[in-house]
Design a protein around this ligand. Structure first.
Ligand code: ZN
Length: 305
């Protein structure tokens, strides 16, 4: 079983050939998710050819992870990325281009599958995942199955659980007070610029204030960086507790670039230990074991199910 796995991110696409739980070949290239879809597909086809040239075996399965709402293999909502993807004939394209049908999954759901089968949640049947990036992706699995729901949003809107009503901030989803509106990278950037501490902060030199910039600011004891980090930890901790209460997982998996900040996971784990109502014991909070490839591994896991 060899899977051609395609992970369509917001700013880059990662592709890989995966067999026996191992990513054999990969290709990563930058992408403008606002560019015409045909242009992006052409790049995917070109890289698929390159990967095929490196492998002597033909893929038996094609999987694609998409950063939007996916229902029964169909892209329902793109939320501004890869415009036209909802109406595109993905099956027709995959059959013509690869000679195989294509299995499309939400990207956070794919990452959770990857971690359940080959990563930090191996051995667990009940797990939730928060993917911290520009937005906050989420997925949940119960009794070994990804939650889907009637419209495939069950478990995937964990980034859009509201956590604040005193100072509700508008979210990218249209709701107010969402976790993402306090801890997504776009929100960190907005919160930095809105702060009265911004003009006196080292962050004012940054074109875009993300977690990496905040981590650098904390090394200099920058008060705004410390405040932004504490705020994000509290928001993510609150979000994680909400997911624990909603889905009763054995483990909470944290993914995305910001999890490279060592204290982030520790502090969120401490928040969950302190505040989650779990009288049977503590819920593990872990970072992804395969941060770069969990989505590709998840698409492969799907082909084994
Ligand atoms: Zn939202």
């Amino acid at each position: 079983m060899l899977t051609l796995a395609i992970d369509m991110g917001g700013s880059r696409i990662k592709m890989g050939l995966v067999a026996d739980g191992t990513v054999r070949e990969t290709a990563i290239f930058p992408v403008d998710s606002a560019a015409p879809l045909a242009q992006t597909l052409h790049e995917i086809e070109r890289w698929a050819d390159t990967l095929a040239e490196r492998s002597s075996v033909r893929p038996t399965h094609v999987g694609l992870a998409f950063p939007g709402i996916v229902h029964k293999g169909k892209i329902v909502s793109c939320n501004g990325k890869y415009a036209g993807a909802e109406k595109f004939d993905w099956q027709g394209w995959a059959l013509e281009r690869f000679g195989k049908p294509i299995d499309i999954l939400n990207d956070a759901a794919a990452a959770l599958l990857g971690e359940l089968h080959f990563g930090a949640a191996r051995g667990a049947e009940n797990a939730v995942l928060l993917m911290i990036g520009t937005g906050i992706g989420a997925a949940a699995a119960v009794n070994g199955h990804l939650l889907e729901g009637k419209h495939f949003t069950l478990g995937m809107l964990g980034g859009h659980i509201a956590i604040e009503m005193q100072h509700p901030r508008k979210c990218s989803c249209g709701n107010i007070g969402c976790l993402e509106a306090w801890a997504g990278t776009w929100a960190i950037n907005e919160l930095a610029h809105e702060s009265p501490l911004f003009d006196g902060s080292c962050l004012r030199r940054m074109a875009y204030v993300d977690y990496r910039a905040v981590a650098q600011g904390m090394e200099q004891n920058d008060p705004l960086s410390l405040r932004l980090f504490d705020g994000a930890v509290a928001a993510l901790g609150m979000g994680a507790v909400n997911l624990v209460h909603a889905y009763d997982p054995e483990v909470v998996i944290l993914g995305g670039g910001p999890t490279h900040i060592p204290s982030l996971c520790e502090k969120i784990a401490a928040y969950v230990r302190q505040y989650a109502w779990t009288p049977w014991g503590t819920v593990d909070v872990k970072t992804t074991e395969n941060p770069e490839t969990s989505v590709l591994l998840g698409l492969h896991a799907r082909s084994l199910m």
